[in-house]
Write a protein of this length. Structure first.
Ligand SMILES: Cc1cc2nc3c(=O)[nH]c(=O)nc-3n(C[C@H](O)[C@H](O)[C@H](O)COP(=O)(O)OP(=O)(O)OC[C@H]3O[C@@H](n4cnc5c(N)ncnc54)[C@H](O)[C@@H]3O)c2cc1C
Length: 510
């Protein structure tokens, strides 16, 4: 039997990412329709505003112009994350901060980690890259003349989540022929094999499709509620479970940081994401260790306003993932499939990759689905496990002991076997590419190096030959020269965006 009609349930970022991926991968297929069904009553979560560079590849693949993304979604550039207060205060730590930039930790392609380890007490690991100092100077990652989706500094975006969803939707509908239906679903019917046969709407209609992509957010309507695919709970590894989110207008004359701020506090951390005209600020915390009122006070203190002047949205977070993401004739993507708290902006990244994986492995012949499902389920579970590890790393290697939350995270962390093994290995040998044996380790040696040594993880230094020391120093020197050259060439982030937006507006008026 051939699949002729695919339904995507949910019109959030996940739903429209899935629609674009499927429509692009299946564009040559005849007599196949893709329909996004979205409830007019149930809104989208609307908080996914930070991304990682992989999103550029997907947007290009969908045929979305970078200019439109920049002009219509209050978009700013993101060259990485600045982590503040993730360690106990210490005299030698300037601002008690470190960067995880979207950059290579190998200057000139060479692994200089051994040199850093020998000088760890007096050196910042992030000196292996030019990006942190350019970020501190709030430079744009692109030259004015840079081509779309390119720049001398690797980058992702911050954007308004609602507007980003609308851009994806417009592209899917207008360029890729995806259909759009407004309906609130209340149930679904299954056939004898247990496959979903049709969806039931609030107004009593039955909507028949051959395949269903569940992007219904935390509701997980089909995979979770109807098919009862078990949830792999990860709350023992990641202790944060709540967030308070607000939007704060910004003075448009001020410079825009080209990075996300992730600032730790006594029971979690807060994000500060700059868009062109506002900031998205969110206080992530463990409700077992902080009351909502204490979280509100912390949020207000960061924003610099009285707590009673803020009306943040409270968002409970369920940390974990569904044991299978593909079951019967249903695939779940986005929050319906899994979630780890927003540190490192993993959610849109995993959704994007899982959507692409599914679209590439999708077979219109139902007979071809079981094998694809078995393979994809293995891949996605592995991906989630390693993403959880990477997020937990930020907590478990800290030297903070100033609250029960930090003591639990650092003295009694519940680590996966893989992370425990890796951390033990890395006490004696710095991480290397070969420690990460799967391409589904979405965060690999490059990311781990910046976080581990940004947080001063202690690895025994190895001996170096005189020649190695010379080569390493020379490569690091070249980075400083390149950094100075770029600092002279790249203009301010705000200036770049203002100039671009003014030119874009003018072009629209011609
Ligand atoms: C606090 C927080 C901060 C985050 N920050 C980031 C970040 O910085 N970066 C990042 O990558 N990700 C982040 N995320 C995750 C990000 O928000 C999501 O990955 C992204 O928004 C995708 O959500 P979604 O489309 O799965 O769900 P939603 O946006 O919730 O969309 C669900 C859709 O399903 C529809 N729906 C639900 N029930 C029904 C029904 N009965 N009938 C019909 N339709 C229905 C709704 O109408 C809606 O269209 C964050 C998440 C949280 C909780």
């Amino acid at each position: 039997m051939r699949v002729k009609k695919i339904a995507i349930i949910g019109g959030g970022t996940a739903g429209w990412l899935a629609a674009n991926h499927l429509a692009v991968e299946l564009r040559a297929e005849q007599d196949l329709s893709i329909t996004v069904i979205e409830s007019p009553e149930i809104g989208i979560i609307g908080v996914g505003e930070g991304t990682v560079p992989h999103i550029r590849k997907s947007l290009q693949k969908f045929g979305i112009s970078e200019a439109e993304l920049l002009a219509t979604c209050d978009t700013t550039f993101k060259v990485g994350i600045k982590f503040i207060d993730w360690m106990a205060p210490a005299a030698q730590r300037v601002d008690n901060a470190y960067y995880h930039p979207f950059a290579s930790p190998y200057p000139g392609g060479i692994d200089t980690t051994a040199l850093y380890l020998q000088q760890a007490a007096s050196t910042d690991f992030s000196a292996v890259s030019e990006v942190p100092s350019l970020a501190d100077a709030m430079r744009s990652p692109k030259w004015i003349s840079s081509a779309a989706y390119e720049g001398p500094v690797n980058y992702a975006y911050h954007f308004n989540a609602v507007k980003f969803g609308q851009l994806l939707a417009k592209n899917a509908r207008e360029k890729l022929g995806v259909q759009h239906l407004q309906a609130t679903l209340v149930d679904a019917q299954r056939n004898e094999q247990g496959d979903i046969e049709c969806l039931l709407t609030q107004s009593g209609e039955k909507l028949h499709f051959d395949f269903y992509v569940d992007c219904s957010g935390f509701h997980s309507l089909l995979l979770g509620r109807l098919l009862q695919v078990p949830f792999v709970d990860k709350s023992h590894q990641i202790l944060t479970d709540s967030a308070l989110a607000v939007q704060i207008p910004t003075d448009t004359r001020l410079e825009i940081p080209p990075y996300t701020v992730a600032k730790a506090h006594s029971a979690g951390w807060l994000w500060d994401i700059p868009l062109t005209h506002r900031r998205g600020v969110g206080f992530v915390y463990a409700s077992a260790h902080l009351t909502e009122n204490q979280a509100l006070q912390g949020l207000a203190a960061h924003v610099g306003v009285p707590a009673d002047s803020l009306s943040p949205r409270k968002i409970p977070m369920k940390i974990g993932y569904r044991e299978k993401f593909w079951c019967k004739n249903v695939v779940a993507l986005g929050l319906a499939q899994g979630f780890v708290e927003p540190l490192e902006a993993t959610s849109i990244f995993v959704t994007d990759l899982a959507a692409e994986l599914f679209a590439r492995n999708f077979s219109r012949e139902k007979a071809g689905m079981a094998a694809a499902a078995a393979y994809c389920n293995k891949v996605v579970s592995y991906t989630w496990e390693r993403v959880m590890d990477f997020v937990q790393l930020h907590y478990c290697i800290s030297d903070r002991r100033d609250s029960e939350f930090w003591r639990l995270n650092t003295e009694r962390p519940q680590l996966s076997e893989v992370l425990a093994e890796r951390l033990e290995m890395w006490r004696f040998n710095a991480p290397k590419k070969s420690d990460f044996f799967s391409r589904f380790d979405l965060f690999d040696v490059e990311n781990f190096l910046f976080v581990l040594y940004g947080m001063k993880y202690e690895t025994a230094p190895r001996a170096m030959t005189m020649n190695e020391v010379q080569v390493f120093k020379s490569e690091l020197q070249k980075i400083r020269i390149h950094e100075q050259r770029l600092a002279g060439e790249l203009i301010g982030h705000r200036e770049w965006l203002d100039g671009f937006n003014a030119a874009y507006l003018q072009m629209q008026q011609v």
